[in-house]
Design a protein around this ligand. Structure first.
Ligand code: GDP
Ligand code: PGA
Ligand code: MN
Length: 615
């Protein structure tokens, strides 16, 4: 291929030259194989140390990728290539051996074909670059069965970000002995450097592939440096590959935050909530309750791995160690805990704006924008510029343990027992503020038809309503029908004490486009009602779609008059809207394929239609 000609593949003994920090034969041979294919200049096994962080961030500063932030300790600003700002769903593939196993919601390519095509992209792709080998563990290292990954990458940005987002380095190398299993994660930005060719600040390739091989527990990512495409522990491993592990091993890998709530009576509950990307997980995970006496503590903000405990309850673990949060909309009023977390430093900001006094800025950080900024494209910006200064999907990457609201048990290898699960999306109409499912199967049904307007977290149109089952549409590693069956099967487990399921919508709007609900800290009012329902202590009205609070049952003490007046509209179950909704649900279910959509869900849909007809 052309690459081989342009970039002479060097000395094949290269892999041996690197001082390996591991004696794991599987890792050594894989590293040697990848080095031979991708032809890096050198190989570095990452130890995860502060010294390594300093070396890598200094290199990124020298290259012009990072700009140090004088206003925040040990923190950096960077902007990406303008075409590499979000996950690329149309370039994301589930390469299962059988096409049917990827299901109708995933792009599928035969694994042999995909390996053949990607191998040619990888050939010589790391020329002139350093290949980093990063060992990491998803979840606490002390877990009964820790899940390891090893990521090979030619990106310093990725190596630095993985230090924040995962438990990595020497502590993991120590445990990855002998034949310990690990998920193979290969990543290249796909931008080889010829002899003497200067690097660019954000190397990437126009062609991108984010490929998953579920049977061999392997991830191949090529051409992008963006978090969701390149930090392979996150969506690729912890959701796409882990959903397959969960199917095979009887647990759930979900796109959920984990939150600890303590009532004024000192009663504690843990909840999990699944919302599509950029629909409020991180904010709910760091909630500052507006109801006096309530305390909220963060366990996780994006991913929950849930396994049954001996008592039959589902225990959730946050597999990550950092937050990769949406910056716009994050301010001291909406999310003070996120602001305090990043103020503590040790953070990386991507595609935000940069202020004249050496700090970051984004829409929603302050009420008034600064008079002058450098925007995310690196251009001069003033409030008159007429375009956002920060990219709508700009992100902060920051360690969990710096978060003032972090729960002490966030790192507990046993996880926390989940009392309730919330599914939500961004819907301007139809979906009420909250509705409680009748039972587990009905809850699984509501989650299976979850819908949301698309956001800037993925490339493509924004604001289009689509079905996003369990907020997992872009993150499922296998057939969506089988996934629903796996969820339903949770109830068949002997002695299962399953959480109650609720659907929520913080984003319903009035006819003139205004939010009907203030959201953020006031969401505790909705959670309070849900927790009271667990003990049977809250009033509800039985509607065709589930139990909905009466306006009087919600604690609205201290809520502004404006929103009080809107509460009826926020809670309304409008039969006409639902009839319209059913048509779209029918279309969605029709795409799943008759033999793989569980009968129980088809029955739930039929029952809903009947209830609506009778309403
Ligand atoms: P995540 O990607 O699911 O973690 O979503 P985030 O918590 O980062 O939120 C994404 C965007 O939605 C941000 O701009 C938030 O400010 C906004 N957001 C989050 N929660 C709420 C809410 O309760 N109400 C409203 N109106 N906006 C919210
Ligand atoms: P989030 O995920 O938007 O759910 O926080 C990050 C991503 O899109 O990669
Ligand atoms: Mn988030």
């Amino acid at each position: 291929m052309f690459r081989k000609e342009r970039f002479a593949v060097p000395d094949r003994s290269l892999a041996a030259v690197a001082t390996a920090t591991t004696g794991h034969p599987g890792i050594l041979s894989w590293v040697a194989e990848v080095a031979e294919l991708t032809a890096p200049e050198r190989i570095v096994y990452c130890d995860g140390s502060r010294e390594e962080w300093d070396r890598l961030t200094a290199a990124l500063v020298a290259k012009g990728t990072f700009v140090p932030l004088p206003a925040k300790p040990n923190s950096f600003w960077c902007v990406s290539d303008p075409d590499d700002v979000a996950r690329v769903e149309d370039r994301t593939f589930i390469c299962s051996e059988h096409e049917g196993d990827a299901g109708p919601t995933n792009n599928w390519v035969d694994p042999v074909d995909m390996r053949t095509v990607m191998t040619e992209h990888y050939r010589g792709a790391m020329a002139g670059r350093t290949m980093y080998v990063i060992a990491y563990c998803m979840g606490p290292l002390e877990a009964a069965e820790p899940k390891y990954g090893v990521q090979i990458t030619d990106s310093e940005y990725v190596a630095v970000s993985m230090q924040i987002m995962t438990r990595s380095g020497a502590q993991v190398w120590e445990k990855l002995t002998g034949d310990t299993e690990f998920v193979k994660c290969l990543h290249s930005v796909g931008a080889p450097l010829a002899e003497g060719q200067p690097d660019v600040a954000w190397p990437c390739d126009k062609t991108k592939y984010i490929a998953h091989f579920p049977e061999t527990r392997t991830i191949w990512s090529y051409g992008s440096g963006y978090g969701g495409n390149a930090l392979l522990g996150k969506k690729c491993f912890a959701l796409r590959i882990a959903s397959v592990l969960g199917r095979d091993e009887g647990w759930l890998a979900e796109h959920m935050l984990i939150l600890k709530l303590t009532s004024p009576q000192d009663k504690t509950h843990y909840i999990a909530a699944a919302f599509p990307s950029s629909c409020g997980k991180t904010n709910l995970a760091m909630l500052e309750p507006t109801l006096p006496g309530w305390k909220a503590e963060t366990v996780g903000d994006d991913i929950a791995w849930m396994r049954f405990g001996a008592d039959g309850r589902l225990y959730a673990v946050n597999p990550e160690a950092g937050f990769f949060g949406v910056a716009p909309g994050t301010g001291t009023k909406t999310n003070p805990n996120a602001i305090a977390t990043i103020e503590a430093g040790n953070s990386v900001f991507t595609n935000t704006a940069f202020t004249d006094d050496g700090d970051v800025w984004w829409e929603g950080l302050t009420e008034q924008p600064p008079a002058h900024l450098i925007d995310w494209r690196g251009e001069e910006w003033t409030p008159e510029s007429g375009s956002p200064a920060a990219h709508p999907n700009s992100r902060y990457c920051t360690p969990v343990e710096q978060c003032p609201s972090v729960a002490p048990e966030w790192n507990d290898p046993r996880g926390v027992p989940i009392s309730a699960i919330f599914f939500g999306g961004r819907r301007a109409t139809t979906i009420p503020l909250i509705a409680e499912s009748f039972d587990w199967a009905h809850g699984v049904f509501t989650a299976s038809v979850l819908s949301s307007e698309t956001t800037a977290a993925a490339a493509g149109a924004v604001g289009v309503v689509r079905r996003d089952p369990m907020a997992m549409l872009p993150f499922l590693g296998y057939h969506v029908g089988d996934y629903f069956a796996h969820w339903l099967a949770m109830a068949e487990r002997e002695g299962a004490q399953l959480p109650k399921i609720f659907q929520v919508n913080w984003f319903r709007r009035s006819a003139d486009g205004k939010f009907l609900w203030p959201g953020f800290g006031d969401n505790v009012r909705v959670l309070k009602w849900a927790l009271e329902r667990l003990d049977g202590n809250a009033e509800a009205e039985r509607t065709p779609i589930g139990f909905v609070p009466t306006a009087a049952a919600l604690d609205l003490d201290g809520l502004g008059e404006g929103y009080r007046a809107l509460i009826g509209a926020a809670l309304a179950v409008d039969v006409d809207e639902w009839v319209h909704e059913i048509a779209s649900i029918d279309e969605w279910y029709a795409t799943i394929g008759g033999n793989r959509l569980p009968d129980a869900l088809r029955a739930e849909l039929a029952a809903l239609k009947l209830r609506l007809a009778e309403a």
